[in-house]
Design a protein around this ligand. Structure first.
Ligand code: CUA
Length: 179
């Protein structure tokens, strides 16, 4: 029987199943169950699937919160775009904003301190990928996602956008410093 033609029998699901097909269905089913079990496993024992909180917001509301933090805690400016480097107090709520095509602002955090990191988008879907740690979160407009982060290594981290967001997607990188 060709897959290009409609089934010869209208009640096709009552036809006997080919052994090899059944074999592949069984493999797919077993693999689906394995992956289903691994999701909670990775959440508990892995380092990448973080617990998060999510709240409804608007671009205006979120933009204001980010701007308030930037105005209060900017310590210097960097890069050709005069990007503010913000150093909020240890343990504070810190905000990162995604938009076409940048991460705003640059955050400067302290090693060993725990922060609530807020993420949201000003336009459409972006992806927060923290390198080289490989922490990944979706950044969705209209939602404020909060994750708890405790940096444990000093240095410079790169934020890469890992959801395709248009012509400037590949230039959408940001920075987080840990002191
Ligand atoms: Cu933002 Cu891709």
């Amino acid at each position: 029987m060709s897959t290009l033609l409609p089934p010869a029998e209208r009640i096709w699901w009552k036809e006997p199943i080919e052994g090899v097909e059944l074999f592949w269905v069984a493999i797919a089913l077993v693999w689906a169950i394995v992956m289903f079990i691994m999701m909670p496993y990775w959440h508990v024992y892995g380092k990448q699937n973080l617990s998060n909180e999510a709240y409804r917001t608007t671009t205006e509301m979120y933009g204001k919160k980010v701007q308030a933090m930037v105005e209060q805690y900017t310590v210097r400016k960097e890069t050709a775009r005069d990007m503010p480097v913000v150093h909020p107090p240890a343990g504070a709520d810190v905000y990162l904003l995604a938009r076409l095509w940048e991460w705003y602002p640059i955050l400067e955090l302290e090693n060993g301190k725990t922060y609530r990191l807020h993420l949201s988008s000003m336009d459409w879907l972006h992806g927060f990928s923290l390198q080289p740690e490989n922490i990944n979160m979706m950044v969705v407009p209209g939602y404020e996602t909060v994750i708890k982060v405790t940096p444990n290594k000093s240095g410079e981290y790169t934020v890469v956008c890992n959801e395709y967001c248009g012509i400037g997607h590949h230039t959408m990188t940001g920075r987080i410093y840990v002191k």
